[in-house]
Design a binder for this molecule. Structure first.
Ligand SMILES: *Cc1c(COP(=O)(O)O)cnc(C)c1O
Length: 392
């Protein structure tokens, strides 16, 4: 199959094999085993109006094509488009909603999703209803009231709530709504929404897909050829493309996605268990813990629990002391990289969420979110133990 050809869902090989080989053919000229970085804006034509496979890099680029085939294969979609950022991919998905159409969306979605919905798209005639999608009944009630799109994020950030992808996709389809899932937190290694009934998957590839905190990007994967065709059209027409270099970095990264996700998951499980036992910690939110409200559902629809968790130490002052005491974990925004990061949602990632809404979601001033990296678990444990000791 040529790298530009969609339909990679027919590939029967395993995940780790497809991660390394899907869309990635040795260069026919040099024999290089790595897909070349084609850092070119334009391509020659043999005769006027007679382009070869490529003519202009907004329309198509061999390196970007390769990463699109790769991600479509990993998500089990028909085809993918690679975008300049996760937000560019999300805005492209919302383009499927006609003017005046209603979107039912996860209330504790990524803050940027809420911002673009309320401040950019609502003034242009889209209607957004934000619901707690871990409450299936409440979500189905909203869908039955009429919706053009169901937009889900699961698990959510930073409370790690789980939405039932199969039940909600079915209900959305009955209501005539298209289903979009932001799969950034799990990556296709642990969760494949298209296999559970969703129509479209979006990613901030900035996070686990890139995994090295050295590139910003977004991916849209469609199950349906017509959606894929529309996204290809939009990618060329609107132009928020992933650059050849970012595409090349992402191809480098997905090769190790399986290994990285396994290690993120193993480390996070151990950190969660340690925090649950710790006397200074009042609550731990991690879907891998048996008393997490979404635990059983998470076990059914995910094959791992991932590397994200949050925990509460009660007050802003205590959260600050713990975070300042960390030496291996860095205090930073973002997530999903090989390095462990700590974030204080109330003053960092979720500072723009109005306080009453923050409270309603459950984001207290003492909440700390961790993106557990792939360092040695003994060092991560020790780092947290030392930092928590400053509270005693
Ligand atoms: C970061 C993030 C986004 C936005 O992606 P960018 O690449 O920063 O534009 C969207 N959804 C989730 C879940 C994210 O974590």
């Amino acid at each position: 199959m040529s790298p530009s050809e969609p339909g990679s869902d027919r590939d029967a090989r395993g995940f780790a094999t497809r991660a390394i080989h899907a869309g990635q053919h040795p260069d026919s000229g040099s024999g290089a085993v790595v897909v070349p970085l084609v850092q070119a804006a334009t391509f020659i034509q043999k005769s006027p109006g007679q382009p070869g496979d490529y003519e202009y890099s907004r329309t198509g680029n061999p390196t970007r094509d390769a990463v699109e085939v790769n991600l479509a294969s990993l998500e089990r979609g028909f085809g993918a488009v690679a975008c300049a950022s996760g937000m560019a991919a999300i805005v492209m998905a919302f383009d499927l909603v006609p003017s005046g159409g209603r979107v039912v969306a996860t209330s504790d979605s990524y803050g940027g999703t809420y911002r673009v919905g309320e401040n950019v798209l609502r003034p242009r005639g889209l209607d957004f209803t934000w619901v707690d999608t871990s409450d299936a009944e409440a979500t189905i009630r909203e869908l039955d009231a009429g919706a053009a799109m169901l937009f889900l994020e699961t698990p959510t950030n930073p409370m790690l709530r789980i939405a039932d992808l199969e039940t909600l996709s079915e209900a959305a389809h009955r209501a005539g709504a298209v289903v979009v899932v932001d799969n950034t937190f799990m990556s296709p290694y642990f969760q494949r929404p298209l296999e559970l009934g969703a129509d479209i998957v979006v990613h901030s590839s900035t996070k686990y897909l890139n995994g090295h905190s050295d590139g910003v990007g977004g991916i849209l994967v469609a199950r349906d050829p017509e959606h894929h065709e529309r996204f290809k059209y939009l990618q060329n027409a609107a132009g928020a493309i992933l650059s050849p270099f970012e595409s090349w970095l992402l191809l480098r990264s997905t090769k190790t996605l399986a290994l990285r996700m396994e290690r993120h998951d193993r480390n996070a499980r151990e950190i969660a268990r340690m925090l649950v036992e710790h006397p200074e910690v009042t609550a731990v939110h991690y879907p891998g813990l048996p008393d997490h409200p979404g635990h059983e559902l998470a076990r059914r629809q995910m094959s791992g629990f991932g590397g994200m968790l949050s925990f509460d130490v009660g007050t802003m002052e205590r959260a600050r002391r713990v975070m300042e005491g960390l030496r291996v974990f860095h205090i930073a925004e973002s997530l999903g990289g090989v390095e462990s990061l700590a974030n204080h949602p109330a003053t960092m990632t979720h500072a723009s969420v109005p306080e009453p809404m923050r409270r309603a979601i459950g984001i207290g001033d003492g909440l700390v979110r961790l993106s557990v990296g792939i360092e040695d678990i003994a060092d991560l444990r020790q780092d947290l133990e030392d930092a928590l000791e400053t509270l005693g």
